[in-house]
Design a protein around this ligand. Structure first.
Ligand SMILES: [Zn+2]
Length: 257
């Protein structure tokens, strides 16, 4: 059994086909999925997905790309969501994304920090989105060492991964690990200790090889991510599935069952 620890089943690319996508995942041995809500409208769609499929769990937060659009009471609104649905397992994805010219660090930082405060109050883990912003994110997380967290879709260097691992972070590996131009992600996939590794699709983005030509990625394809990570580490797919599933349950708690 595999768990896709980070997918977007409520993305417009997947939504019309959502039930079939979930069924294909289950048929492929991906018996748990954590779907991520990126902003207020998406949070409602995540709740609906959780209620529709027993295999689907969720996490909600404001994605750094949407940090400029938060309402003044967004933390209270998120609090109410978590209170209403125990299968929301984590605050995420939140973080910092300095990629591209439109990135606004001054907007993103306080939104990130408020959500870490929420995770602490709710005693929930956090799913971090960190792109081209590892130094700042590490410095903020120094004050939140008590919050279990995963750096999802890890695209930093091995040195940056080492800094996160030293802090106790989990590292999420996506289909990027299968891309020819991503030797650094493969190096990270090899170096992460067995008890800190997670696999994910981040679908509908990042279809892994050998299905990269299928433009809309889906949780069933996490088997390809797992196969490549297992090969890089020189372990069997079964062993990797077992360790990453154990890790996901340790991080996200017994409700993931
Ligand atoms: Zn995501």
């Amino acid at each position: 059994m595999l768990i896709d620890t980070h997918c977007h089943l409520t993305d417009q690319a997947i939504l019309p086909d959502q039930a079939a996508v979930v069924q294909r995942a289950i048929a492929a041995g991906v018996q748990r999925m954590i779907t991520i809500g990126t902003g207020p409208e998406d949070h409602q769609r995540v709740l609906k997905a959780i209620e529709s499929y027993p295999e689907v769990f969720g996490a909600v937060a404001v994605h750094p790309h949407l940090a400029g659009e938060t309402a003044p009471d967004f933390i209270a609104a998120m609090w109410a969501l978590f209170a209403s649905q125990p299968r929301l397992l984590a605050v995420g994805e939140c973080g910092l994304d300095y990629h591209g010219p439109s990135a606004n660090a001054a907007l993103q930082r306080p939104v990130f920090i408020q959500q870490l405060d929420l995770a602490r109050q709710l005693k929930l883990p956090a799913i971090l989105h960190v792109r081209d912003a590892h130094a700042d994110a590490l410095s903020i997380m120094a004050d939140y060492a008590d919050i279990p967290h995963v750096v999802h879709c890890f695209t930093g260097t091995a040195e940056e991964a080492a800094c996160w691992l030293e802090r106790g972070a989990y590292v999420g590996i996506t289909g990027i690990v299968t891309y020819k131009n991503a030797p650094e992600v493969r190096a990270v996939a090899r170096m992460v200790p067995e008890d800190r590794l997670l696999v994910e699709t981040d679908c509908p983005y990042l279809s892994p090889e050998p299905v990269r030509k299928i433009k809309i990625n889906e949780p069933a394809f996490v088997v390809h991510v797992a196969a490549r990570v297992a090969a890089e580490r020189g372990v069997s797919v079964e062993a990797l599935a077992q360790s990453t599933t154990t890790n996901a349950r340790r991080l996200f708690g017994p409700r993931l069952e």
